[in-house]
Design a protein around this ligand. Structure first.
Ligand SMILES: [Zn+2]
Length: 334
């Protein structure tokens, strides 16, 4: 019998892991932070940089008998602002150590400059894929307006992929699972079969493998979806009983969920292949054919979806990129 999400939360709590669902101003809704009552007292992710999030986090900690100042360690699962915005403030209150993937430390420390570079990169990719300039300008100002919810992060405990994070009563295996973002890190308690997965696997929505720069900060584009699928396959093989996600309820059937996510990507890939076989199109045209006006209002998200699946087709040798020097168009090879 697999446990219900409620039972899974109870089981996690018995293992000393308590979920705090912290409000965010973003469409995704609340973000899950996990308090691990152990030595050191550890908080996995913090929520965004807002008074509302700080109030809620303080209240939840208080219910467990802790003050902000009691936090001894903050773990950052990945580089997205809804997960790490409060780090700086919490460190000021508590002097907590900050643990995160060492390979991401430089970028986390240079948050403002890095966000600016990421936006520049995004605009370039959008233009290369046929998105009109005015749409990119609008998206860039939206991205700037979100930046206040983020924070720069000084990593004091750099973690290695395959390494361990030792707490008094448990060992967490540190596993780099890039795709949703290049810094996605999951934490595996093999003894309790609990995986803290953040946005690597979400119960209600497919994690968007967003177009992005690689961890080293260079401006070559990663194949986010191909990378993500590879990461998902590794997670599928883990004997997890409970997967604790970054948003929504615990997952108790991760292999089935991953199978359905993989099948969904396969269907979308074939649909995109059919559209390209009809006529060569650029990614923006493909997004419009698939989602109509949403391809304009959510241009970057839908572009990431299309380019990610087109990468898979290119890797399979079924599609190629035809580059006229300004815009990339996809055509079939057959
Ligand atoms: Zn995320």
């Amino acid at each position: 019998m697999t446990a219900t999400p409620e039972q899974a939360l109870e089981q996690a709590a018995l293992a000393g892991i308590h979920r705090f669902a912290i409000p965010t101003p973003f469409a995704v809704g609340r973000v899950n932070c996990y308090l691990i009552e152990d030595e050191p007292l550890t908080l996995v992710d913090t929520g965004p940089n807002s008074g509302k999030a700080l109030d809620e986090l303080t209240a939840r900690l208080g219910e467990r008998g802790h003050a902000l100042a009691d936090l001894e360690q903050i773990v950052v699962t990945h580089q997205h602002i809804d997960h790490l915005g409060l780090v700086e403030i919490l460190v000021e209150h508590s002097g907590a150590e900050v643990a995160a993937l060492g390979a991401a430390a430089q970028r986390l420390a240079a948050f403002q400059e890095d966000a600016e570079l990421e936006d520049e990169f995004a605009v370039e990719v959008m233009l290369r894929n046929g998105i009109p300039e005015d749409v990119t300008v609008a998206l860039r100002s939206v991205s700037r307006s979100f930046r206040g919810w983020g924070s720069h992060v000084e990593v004091t405990r750099p973690l290695d992929d395959g390494g361990t994070l030792e707490l008094g009563d448990r060992r967490l295996e540190v596993l780099h699972r890039p795709g949703h973002s290049p810094s996605d890190t999951v934490f595996w308690d093999a003894e309790r079969r609990i995986l803290i997965a953040a946005d690597h696997l979400l119960p209600h929505i497919s994690s968007n493998p967003l177009i992005t720069r690689p961890l080293d900060g260079s401006s070559r584009r990663t194949q986010a979806l191909a990378t993500y699928i590879e990461s998902l396959r590794k997670t599928r093989e883990m004997p997890a009983e409970i997967v604790l996600p970054g948003h929504g309820e615990p997952i108790t059937d991760h292999a089935d969920l991953i199978d359905s996510r993989l099948a969904g990507h396969d269907r979308r890939k074939e649909k995109i292949h059919r559209l390209i076989a009809e006529q060569p199109r650029n990614a923006y045209e493909l997004a419009q054919a698939l989602w109509g006006n949403v391809a304009v209002t959510q241009a970057f998200l839908t572009l990431s979806e299309v380019v990610g699946h087109a990468d898979l087709l290119v890797n399979e040798g079924r599609v190629r990129e035809a580059d006229d020097g300004s815009v990339i168009r996809y055509e079939t090879t057959g």
